[in-house]
Design a protein around this ligand. Structure first.
Ligand code: WTA
Length: 655
């Protein structure tokens, strides 16, 4: 598919960026006056309590500051300021796994946020700057808790509900959280599942920082209560006042931390700011999704990931939109669930991940045609490269060849979209993230800053600071500098490197080619190989291990582990009687240490790993083997070159 797809003009009236001319005009405004153009948007979009003194402070690069001296509040920006014009508009439409529905108008949302903020303050002693861990399912109280933190200036750190007690504990300790907000559990595929026991287990093993746990009732299942520590949200909320003044937040005050995987075993607490973050969340919401006053927008992500932060809660609400929150999974009760919801709520923008698109495609080629999907205008994808067959199905079957597909490239660290089509303007090439958004200096370059030649793989960098960029790694400024500003330079100055490779074509279209580091993208979720390896090494019989990504039909990438055992000197897998048992044990450890999202799809028990004489594992060889590619690397520098053939034959029999 090399065609270009042009936006259907009738679908897009009065768009903020209606055509490429406007796009190029904006790009040139930023080129001519970078700070002035950002200032113009900041003045127009943000309801400042006190004006800022300086647009961009580069004096302590790469610890950039935006809109210094300004005061505002993100909860005010997302909720309170809309009350004058939209108090009865739906802010959040919730649909439960079992189909139960709840609508919160902006007025109701303000009421709930204020009561929750007062509860956090008065009952749990939470103050500005305190960290609150939110370990919750996709229910409205999760969004309310985020906004309640923002209202009083507490820094939230959401931990995805699929993470294990160990993973939760590590994140609580690193953030030194005072309060954990959770629920008894929730529903998934028609059945209740539990979260509170995971919190109990995490807190049993050394989280002295946590003083209180606040529990929302969702599924009503039995849970244990620790006196003096555990409190029922639904009880305490009743006596709280619905009035709460917004804390005055300086632009750079942290809004939240979100832990993400990196190339070491320890997750990074990505720290975001208040003003810069919300400005870009709102602008991209308006530009990339083209949300109109009467639209209903639905993003299927989980609030445990950045997509849920920026494009379920903060972006849509800052833009005054109606956002749908869904507790369930796209395949329950059947593969028509999403399309049924699109029809019922008359969804105008639908945003999901390629992994979900591939799965739904596989489960029912023409399932979408059974529903009226004519309300749809914009279809979004995020999290991993989308493959052309999935793109085509999304475009033709879901979008009826009448919607714009926005393949949005961004990361936890970028806060919001950085490379993406604009639905009314950009001529789209399938499976391509197209152009940098105005204001974002995204460039495909070599390490020294020279542009990568057309058609070759280079580094996806952002060569100027932007308002919604990561501010720091919590507790680890050195790692922040090294992780993002250590690899590429432009004009001699370190620039932000995303960790992704990319390619640019002769017309300037950018295609993301995937991670260049040891991060695997499993179903659009970032998984550090080192994290998985650290878990596997906890098995008594594991001597060494190397984890790589293996292409997977639905997940994009699956996790594949090469394992050397201590006590079974293996030549071939047939010699291990209990290999399956071993795999179960190892996956059991991964589940306990990280969570089910990090389970290995396959393992190969090998006699050794390909190591250089200095002991470095040659992962590229291991990646080639699992992909069935010819080994092009020079193996003569290996300690034992013959190991490559041995591993190949084990894997090829195995897989
Ligand atoms: C990948 C998710 C190709 C990329 C918002 C990035 C993508 C990582 C795309 C960030 C896309 C995200 N095309 N790859 N449209 N969007 N990625 O932090 O490898 O969970 O570095 O943020 O996902 O994952 P994260």
């Amino acid at each position: 598919m090399n065609n270009i797809f042009y936006p259907n003009e009738e679908q897009f009236q009065n768009s903020p960026i209606p055509n490429m001319e406007t796009y190029r005009g904006l790009v040139s405004d930023f080129e001519k006056d970078y700070e002035g153009t950002w200032a113009k948007f900041a003045d127009e979009k943000i309801d400042w309590f006190k004006p800022y003194d300086k647009v961009l402070d580069e004096s302590n690069a790469p610890f950039y500051k935006w809109f210094s001296g300004g005061e505002m509040n993100v909860a005010h920006q997302c909720v309170d300021r809309h009350l004058a014009t939209k108090k009865n508009k739906a802010a959040i439409i919730f649909e439960g796994d079992n189909g139960d529905q709840q609508v919160l108008t902006y007025r109701e949302l303000a009421y709930e946020v204020n009561k929750t903020a007062n509860m956090f303050k008065n009952e749990f002693g939470i103050q500005k700057g305190d960290r609150v861990v939110i370990y919750m399912p996709m229910i409205p109280e999760a969004a309310v808790s985020m906004l309640a933190c923002a209202k009083i200036g507490a820094i939230h750190s959401i931990v995805f509900g699929g993470f294990s007690a160990e993973a939760l504990r590590d994140r609580i300790i690193d953030a030194e959280a005072k309060l954990v907000v959770t629920s008894d559990g929730a529903y998934r595929k028609g059945k209740p599942y539990m979260l509170k026991p995971v919190v109990d287990k995490a807190l049993e093993s050394g989280c002295e920082c946590v003083k209180k746990v606040c529990i929302v009732e969702r599924n009503g299942e039995d849970i244990t209560w620790v006196a003096g520590r555990d409190y029922a949200y639904n009880e305490l909320i009743k006596s709280q006042s619905p009035k709460c003044d917004a804390e005055l937040m300086e632009s750079e005050d942290p809004l939240f931390l979100l832990y993400t995987s990196g190339s070491t075993g320890k997750p990074k607490g990505v720290q975001h700011s208040s003003a810069g973050y919300i400005l870009w969340a709102q602008m991209t919401m308006e530009w990339v999704f083209d949300v109109k006053e009467n639209d209903t927008y639905w993003c299927t992500a989980d609030i445990g990931w950045i997509t849920g932060h920026t494009y379920i809660v903060y972006g849509p609400l800052a833009a005054g939109a109606t956002t749908v929150m869904f507790e369930g999974v796209p395949t329950f009760p059947d593969a028509g669930r999403c399309w049924k919801m699109v029809e019922e709520y008359q969804i105008n923008q639908f945003y999901t991940a390629p992994t979900a698109i591939r799965l739904l495609h596989k489960m029912g080629e023409d399932e979408p045609s059974k529903y009226d999907l004519s309300s749809l205008r914009v279809l979004g994808t995020v999290g991993e490269p989308i493959d052309p067959p999935a793109w085509k199905w999304y475009y033709e079957q879901v979008g009826n060849s009448n919607c714009s597909i926005v393949d949005t490239y961004w990361q936890t660290e970028t806060g919001g979209h950085v490379v993406s089509p604009l639905p009314a303007a950009t001529p789209i090439k399938p499976a391509c993230a197209t152009f940098p958004l105005p204001g974002i200096s995204a460039e495909v370059i070599e390490e020294d800053g020279t542009p990568t030649p057309v058609g070759e793989k280079g580094f996806m960098c952002i060569t100027k600071p932007w308002p919604s960029m990561i501010r720091n790694i919590w507790n680890d400024s050195e790692r922040f500098k090294k992780s993002y500003f250590g690899d590429c330079k432009k004009d001699g100055q370190p620039v932000y490197f995303s960790g992704d490779g990319a390619m640019i074509d002769e017309e300037g279209y950018i295609t993301i080619t995937g991670r260049t580091d040891d991060v695997i993208n499993v179903s659009g979720h970032r998984m550090g190989t080192a994290e998985v390896e650290a878990a596997i090494k906890k098995h008594d019989n594991v001597a060494s291990v190397a984890v790589v990504g293996k292409p997977h039909e639905i997940k994009g990438e699956g996790i594949f582990a090469y394992i050397v055992l201590k006590s079974v000197p293996m030549e071939h897998k047939d010699e291990i009687a209990d290999e399956l048992e071993l795999m179960k044990e190892i996956n059991g450890i991964i589940k306990a240490e990280i969570g089910a999202i990090a389970l290995c799809d396959a393992m190969a028990f090998v006699p050794d790993l390909p190591k250089t004489r200095s002991g470095k594992i040659m992962r590229r060889i291991l990646r080639s083997i699992v992909k069935g590619e010819a080994i092009t690397q020079d193996t003569s520098t290996l300690e034992d070159p013959s190991i490559v053939g041995t591993i190949e034959s084990i894997v090829n029999n195995d897989v």
